[in-house]
Ligand binder design. Structure first.
Ligand SMILES: CC(C)(COP(=O)(O)OP(=O)(O)OC[C@H]1O[C@@H](n2cnc3c(N)ncnc32)[C@H](O)[C@@H]1O)[C@@H](O)C(=O)NCCC(=O)NCCS
Ligand SMILES: Nc1ncnc2c1ncn2[C@@H]1O[C@H](COP(=O)(O)OP(=O)(O)OP(=O)(O)O)[C@@H](O)[C@H]1O
Length: 202
């Protein structure tokens, strides 16, 4: 993990695990964070080629006043595995390219790519290390239902079914952060931050 560009570190975890919450702590340490969910949406709203691909998959209803219709796309994609794979095949390469450009502009020892699907999308292969944030499924479900009033338990179950199980992600990760409210999170972040800095400088 050396060179002029920052080392690329992924932070992942299932829906509701607390990736964004943990990533915010890294941000307070000065580490730039690329938020794949929100960049994906920005690209889906602004990249002409991507927009055309999405309309061809989901129809003109995919956009409402030039903005992606998230409810429409989520309802269809999370109920149809092949449609979800086609959506992923359009969006993930665009996000990978955007991340690469973004990372090239950062000047810190490492940057974080925050994404729910680092393993599933294969993008882990271009990263030096992966941090997985874990919490059990029932806690994740409770958190998401509390955070996202528009989602039902059924909606969240479908999203979970489209993601790898946490233990499978954790087994392939270099660092694990337990975010199940049994263990303080900040000390775990500080330890990993120090380990990453030492690995990069050494
Ligand atoms: C279906 C969409 C429009 C729903 O938008 P919405 O604002 O309701 O949800 P949001 O994007 O915030 O996602 C919430 C969570 O759902 C899960 N999720 C999102 N996309 C996917 C996916 N393709 N497969 C599995 N889980 C997913 C993640 O845990 C994510 O953090 C949106 O999630 C989307 O476009 N997904 C496909 C693109 C993608 O894979 N984005 C993820 C980052 S690359
Ligand atoms: N340790 C914690 N204690 C209490 N609430 C928490 C904790 N960690 C996360 N949360 C809450 O749980 C919800 C989910 O967390 P967060 O949005 O960080 O998860 P995420 O993994 O980024 O989810 P998604 O995959 O949906 O983007 C948020 O409302 C957040 O405030």
């Amino acid at each position: 993990m050396s060179g002029n560009r920052p080392a690329l570190v992924g932070i992942t975890g299932g829906i509701g695990a607390g990736k964004s919450t943990v990533a915010r702590i890294f941000k307070t340490l000065g580490i730039p964070v690329y938020d794949a969910d929100s960049r994906a949406k920005w690209l889906m709203n602004n990249d002409r080629e991507l927009k055309e691909g999405i309309v061809s998959l989901f129809g003109t209803e995919a956009y409402d006043h030039q903005q992606i219709n998230r409810t429409h796309i989520a309802r269809l994609a999370f109920s149809d595995q092949s449609l979800l794979s086609s959506l992923n095949a359009l969006v993930h390469p665009a996000v990978a390219k955007d991340f690469d450009q973004w990372a090239g502009k950062q000047a810190t020892p490492y940057v974080l790519k925050e994404a729910a699907l680092l393993f599933e999308s294969g993008s882990y292969q271009s990263l030096s290390a992966i941090i997985t944030v874990t919490a059990d499924e029932s806690l994740r479900m409770r958190r998401v239902l509390k955070r996202d009033a528009h989602r039902t338990e059924q909606d969240v179950k479908k999203m979970m079914a489209a993601q790898w199980a946490e233990d499978k992600k954790a087994a392939r990760s270099q660092y694990i952060i337990t975010n199940d409210e049994s263990k303080a999170v900040i000390p775990q972040v500080l330890k990993i931050h120090a380990q990453l800095l030492s690995k990069i400088s050494g």
